[in-house]
Write a protein of this length. Structure first.
Length: 203
């Protein structure tokens, strides 16, 4: 059900201006990139020409097929493959960068996914992340706990609105060198999935 809903959700996000964040997410990357949980491939068009190859890992068959179609029009070479964030089909030290875009909210084991990112990075590599995360205000955190304990994960493909992804990145041994917090979309009344982060981390 989530895979069927996802194209409409990404269309709505595009109308709300998410493309600017996707561009920032991958700006300046070079070399071999692993994109974890590529979904339907909406990040592909934003990779700069300094990227030599993207290995896009997506476990859901319907979304993987959509990503394969998107890869054909990407400005850089993109290979779409089956795989899980917790067991990336990449050799140790095989990537210059690992990209997470709205996926660490839904992986089964966030810590394992981040350990895998660290494993596949070459010395000097980096992680880029664009995620919705735990709110910084008590009221919205309470709302996140309620929706995460009820229907939200079931309807939204395992997504959890209240994960403390910043703490998880640091706990995995990364140093966050750039971090921007912002609401998206910028609604008058914050929603459980409104708080977002975008940034860079190094092992």
């Amino acid at each position: 059900m989530f895979a069927r809903m996802y194209p409409g959700a990404t269309d709505a996000m595009d109308r709300a201006g998410v493309a600017a964040y996707r561009r920032r997410l991958v700006a300046g990357l070079t070399g071999e990139v692993v994109e974890v949980g590529a979904g339907n491939g909406r990040v592909f068009t934003h990779y700069p020409p300094t990227v030599t190859h993207v290995l896009a890992v997506e476990p859901e068959p319907r979304l993987r097929a959509a990503a394969s179609s998107a890869a054909a029009g990407a400005p850089v070479p993109v290979t779409v493959t089956d795989g899980l964030a917790e067991a990336l089909p990449v050799a140790d030290g095989g990537a210059d960068a690992v990209v997470f875009s709205l996926v660490l909210c839904s992986v089964t084991d966030q810590a394992a996914a981040l350990r895998e990112a660290r494993r596949v990075l070459r010395p000097g590599g980096q992680v880029r992340f664009f995620e919705h995360v735990r709110a910084q205000t008590p009221g919205l955190r309470r709302a996140q706990r309620v929706v995460d304990a009820t229907l939200w994960p079931l309807v939204c493909g395992g997504c959890h609105t209240g994960r403390d992804t910043v703490a998880a990145i640091r706990a995995a041994g990364f140093t966050i060198t750039d971090l921007d917090r912002f609401p998206f979309p910028a609604t008058a009344i914050p929603l459980p999935a409104t708080p977002h982060i975008l940034g860079t981390a190094h092992p």
